[in-house]
Design a protein around this ligand. Sequence first.
Ligand code: AMP
Length: 195
Amino acid sequence: MRSICLYCGSSPGVSPAFTQAAADFGAAVAARGWRLVYGGGGGGLMGVAARAALAAGGEVVGIIPRALLEQEHGLREVSELIVTESLRERKGIMFERSDSFVALPGGFGTLEEVVETLTLRQLRYHKKPVYFLNTDGFYDPLLAFFTHAVAAGFVHPAQLGLFTVTADVPGLMALLAQAPDATSPAGALKPPALG
Ligand code: AMP
């Protein structure tokens, strides 16, 4: 079964378009028969996506540090709840348990997670695909920064190919469906070193 890792806000954001995208994404992952892997929180876009996937009969794996169970309203009704001792352990398990990574709108935590996944891909620790769902142009300023970093000589232009940006959930689902399965030779992995 294909496992999709979701990085997104523990807040809902101000636009209903963000919650709609999270709900559509969760439901679409479940409808495809894929597993949703995420940070285990019950609030914000995280909770919206997970509940939508569960409501659509999907399998959801929540991975959350013990210390954040209360603060992030850990969702108890997930299919599998993994309680970790640290943020680092959470990130490592989310990485290992997933074939593809998707960033919906979010804050520092979302950015930290998706950019680390990109840097690990840049350093060839893995070949798993990374997607940004650019709902309402949320990621435009970050994408502009990436282009700025290329112009400033800190990012090789080829590194802009490490991720794919898509505007809506149907487009994202089509891309995910084409992505190589991590168990296939095309998606074969070197063991990640997340320390
Ligand atoms: P945010 O986008 O800031 O709302 O955060 C989204 C999620 O990322 C939350 O569940 C945070 O606990 C999580 N998060 C923030 N920083 C880290 C980190 N360094 N490693 C793993 N998860 C993190």
